[in-house]
Design a protein around this ligand. Structure first.
Ligand SMILES: C[S@@+](CC[C@H](N)C(=O)[O-])C[C@H]1O[C@@H](n2cnc3c(N)ncnc32)[C@H](O)[C@@H]1O
Length: 267
């Protein structure tokens, strides 16, 4: 496999939740800048339309990422006006639980209890999505997720915005410059975080823990991502007649590549 198992700060259980939230808040801004939601919405629309699914259960939601925006797009499509989104995480984001669960009629909720994506069989009914979170799973757990989705006849969509497409040596050589670029990006992205808290500001501009941790996690994410060939290895021996696996590049309306996906669809 090309993927390697580096550490990310946000994976440590001792890592403060408020700091993890500040970092996932920045991923929301990044995805808005990159326009992820359109490509994701068209992938999701295809499955939920075909399979008549009324709820999306997002796993590893963090601060929501692109999913609330994706739901808005889905609601503009015929027949999908009433689709609901339930966000979940191993470390649920308390601020977002309060924000989303107290805003009625959006069709969005945030599950208050910890949901481990590797235990997919116990997650609520609906299309399971994993957006930018599958690379957090080591191969054994990753395989378990795929197996479990297939065994339990559950539809699953895995999506990663980044792509592990440069040689590892090049990644190491450019690591210092990559870290600096990400630190600077955080300084510019922070004013766009919603809601912008004093913690996000203080620990970005005065004591820069957030930019440092975000820069490392962002850089470490790349070689941790499963390439399309790695996904084939994970799927080895899994194929069954009543379940289809499809993978490839997500695309915008104009046909521009926007991340990679793996979709598991029960027949
Ligand atoms: C890089 S963030 C992505 C957040 C969001 N999906 C997005 O696109 O902005 C990865 C998220 O996966 C969560 N996570 C890590 N391991 C997990 C697991 N085993 N089960 C569920 N969530 C997990 C982390 O808490 C974190 O919120």
């Amino acid at each position: 496999m090309k993927r390697i198992q580096l550490f990310e700060f946000e994976d440590f259980s001792w890592f403060p939740n408020w700091l993890r939230n500040c970092m996932t808040n920045l991923i929301v801004v990044l995805q808005r800048m990159m326009g992820t939601s359109e490509a994701l919405a068209s992938l999701i629309a295809r499955i939920i339309h075909d399979k008549k699914i009324w709820r999306i259960v997002d796993m590893g939601s963090g601060s929501g990422g692109a999913m609330p925006e994706v739901l808005k797009i889905l609601h503009t499509k015929e027949g999908l006006e009433h689709v609901e989104l339930m966000m979940t995480d191993l470390y649920p984001n308390k601020e977002f639980i309060q924000r989303f669960n107290n805003t009625p009629k959006t069709g969005i909720s945030y599950y208050e209890h910890s949901v481990d994506a590797t235990d997919i069989a116990t997650a609520p009914e609906g299309l399971k999505t994993m957006v930018n979170s599958f690379h957090h799973m080591p191969p054994k757990e990753a395989r378990k997720i795929l197996e479990s989705a297939q065994e339990n006849h559950q539809p699953l969509l895995i999506y990663e915005l980044g792509e592990n497409n440069i040689p590892l040596l090049v990644w190491w050589v450019f690591l210092p410059i990559g870290l600096i670029i990400l630190v600077v990006m955080v300084l510019f992205m922070t004013p766009f975080v919603k809601p912008l808290t004093w913690r996000q500001l203080v620990f970005t501009y005065i004591i820069p823990i957030i930019p440092i941790c975000y820069a490392w996690d962002g850089q470490a994410s790349l070689p941790r991502m499963y390439t399309l060939a790695d996904l084939d290895k994970l799927l080895e021996g899994l194929k069954k007649e009543n379940y289809i696996w499809e993978k490839g590049y997500a695309k915008t309306k104009k046909g521009k590549k926007k991340g990679t996906y793996l979709m598991g669809i029960p027949k």
